[in-house]
Design a protein around this ligand. Sequence first.
Ligand SMILES: *[C@@H]1O[C@H](CO)[C@@H](O)[C@H](O)[C@H]1NC(C)=O
Ligand SMILES: *[C@@H]1O[C@H](CO)[C@@H](O)[C@H](O)[C@H]1NC(C)=O
Ligand SMILES: *[C@@H]1O[C@H](CO)[C@@H](O)[C@H](O)[C@H]1NC(C)=O
Ligand SMILES: *[C@@H]1O[C@H](CO)[C@@H](O)[C@H](O)[C@H]1NC(C)=O
Ligand SMILES: CC(=O)N[C@H]1CO[C@H](CO)[C@@H](O)[C@@H]1O
Ligand SMILES: [Ca+2]
Ligand SMILES: [Ca+2]
Length: 582
Amino acid sequence: MFKLFVIYLSAVTVRGSDQNFNLKQDWWETAVIYQIYVRSFMDSDGDGIGDIAGVTSRLDHLKEIGADAAWLSPIFKSPMNDFGFDVADYYTIEPHYGTIEDFDQLLKKASELNIKIILDFVPNHTSNESEWFIKSSNRDEYYNDWYIWANGHIDCDGNKLPPNNWISLFGNSSWSYMPNRDQFYLHQFGKAQPDLNFRSPVVVDEIKSIIKFWLETGVAGMRINAVNLIFETDKDNFGGTYPDEPKSGNLHSSSNSYNYLDHIYTKDQDETYELVSQFREVFDAISIRDNLTRVMMTDACTNIKNAVKYYGEGVQSGAHVPFNFALIEVLDKGSDWDARDIKYAIDRWMTYKPLMKQANWMIGNQDKSRLASRVRPDLVDAFNMLVLLLPGVAITYMGEEIGMINGAVPWSNTKDPLACNTDDPVKYIEVSRDPARTPFQWSSGKNAGFSTAHKTWLPVANGYKNINVDSQRSAARSHYKVYRTLTKLRSRTAFREGRYESHALHPDVFAFKRWYKHDTYIVVMNFGKTYRIVNLTAFDLIFGQLEVEASSVLSSRTYSDNVPSDYLDLAADEALVLRMQV
Ligand SMILES: *[C@@H]1O[C@H](CO)[C@@H](O)[C@H](O)[C@H]1NC(C)=O
Ligand SMILES: *[C@@H]1O[C@H](CO)[C@@H](O)[C@H](O)[C@H]1NC(C)=O
Ligand SMILES: *[C@@H]1O[C@H](CO)[C@@H](O)[C@H](O)[C@H]1NC(C)=O
Ligand SMILES: *[C@@H]1O[C@H](CO)[C@@H](O)[C@H](O)[C@H]1NC(C)=O
Ligand SMILES: CC(=O)N[C@H]1CO[C@H](CO)[C@@H](O)[C@@H]1O
Ligand SMILES: [Ca+2]
Ligand SMILES: [Ca+2]
């Protein structure tokens, strides 16, 4: 009987299924995934640039904070026009980051610590320095149609103009002219990032081979970048030309910025979901062979209905973890949000998500202003409580566990191509992604312990003397300690498998309940700048005194204090995890 049971369980997980039969969860379903921007995490050789050996040397940090997996930003060979999001060779490790031996060493150490490694993968475009692109631009027979080439127009002055009005995410035309081919190529991001042509079956096969190649090294998964930009409309449906996109009507965008157009032809095309399911088959084949699920994560910045399509529909399988930007989108509203918006954003994702699939939560990444800066440092713990205690997968961008703030990167040190493209020493700051990419803060020492170099690739953020791992580890209370407490709480069944219910008890106060059988928790947070008294008996079966399991750094409450459920006074920014006494 017992044997049969085990076989049944493994059959469930082996299928690579995301269905939670409440029997056994697969490793990724409640994982804490820690995003490492490799270039800024740890520099092992003193050149001022983070590297793979640096990551290996700091895996104990991940272990200590309770992360289950490290997701590494792109580590493949790249001229670094977009810091690895422009890959020149998908089969080679970028020399600045190390060698394949360094990578093997990372996998070995990670496996000893039972930490999974997940790679970032950028299939939409390569670098313009990829051999594929150079050959394609020379009309090499095999590579001829690997990119999206089109003739432009010639105006009355004899200037060559792009084929249509499409605008890239980095601004200006999505088309650039290549003299040797006398044609324009499409790039949805920068000029140095030509889009691959996924209507070519050879390209699709090559991309699948690359996924297979890296999964076979033993990595536990991949994150597929910008997946909803893979296809552009099929020109053959428009008589062989690429149609113009309509104007969005967005009054705040200039005529050469991405938001000026409504991207009906360059994103979210129907073919995408079928391709994603083909990718998933590659993941599943290896998962079954090795009896270890290789997790597929997808990144698509799109509306909710398209976003949840990446979970798969009908017989078509999708990603295990289709990124959920709901919380980030609330924060994107600037200061104009409150507890009701948070509740609404969470409910919305849970509503659209297929019932049996896992949710996932994140509040930042290498493109977004850091939470402590865009909201305020005192709310760091509250937001970590959301990410770590809501149902499903938690994704933490490195530094969120210590409440890192944005670095101040002057124009003269600016590296982000998006910022450099503005060519504007004042306005660049509005778009620059460098402030969220400054070196990780390990200690109060030189370069915050990141590097022994004279100069690091981006300057270390101010305030690192106080905001760093060493000092927060030894402090009585710190974001770091709260984070560790939260990842420990996560291992309890109520948080892994328990049910979820929430209320905005006041426009400033968000609270949710997680429970499994008789083990019940309330997580409550005041996003407001003044104290609030709330009555938690608004939740069913909550009464009497509640016991504090975790509290934000500035809270007057500490572990095992009791608070009344019907009259709880919360200080400004205070956040608590409370347990119902049994
Ligand atoms: C790639 O693009 C960059 C940026 O436009 C340019 O400076 C570089 O010369 C290009 N390289 C090749 C090989 O086309
Ligand atoms: C597959 O892996 C699971 C989880 O690690 C384990 O319980 C199971 O026994 C394995 N099955 C086989 C056939 O090895
Ligand atoms: C975009 O076009 C404007 C106007 O032609 C030009 O000044 C600017 O340098 C261009 N930006 C990029 C990134 O090519
Ligand atoms: C809290 O709410 C309950 C109803 O849910 C009510 O009976 C009780 O009086 C309230 N307590 C306080 C202190 O307001
Ligand atoms: C969050 C994230 O991964 N952003 C990346 C999206 O893709 C573009 C182009 O590949 C990168 O520039 C971003 O950093
Ligand atoms: Ca280095
Ligand atoms: Ca594309």
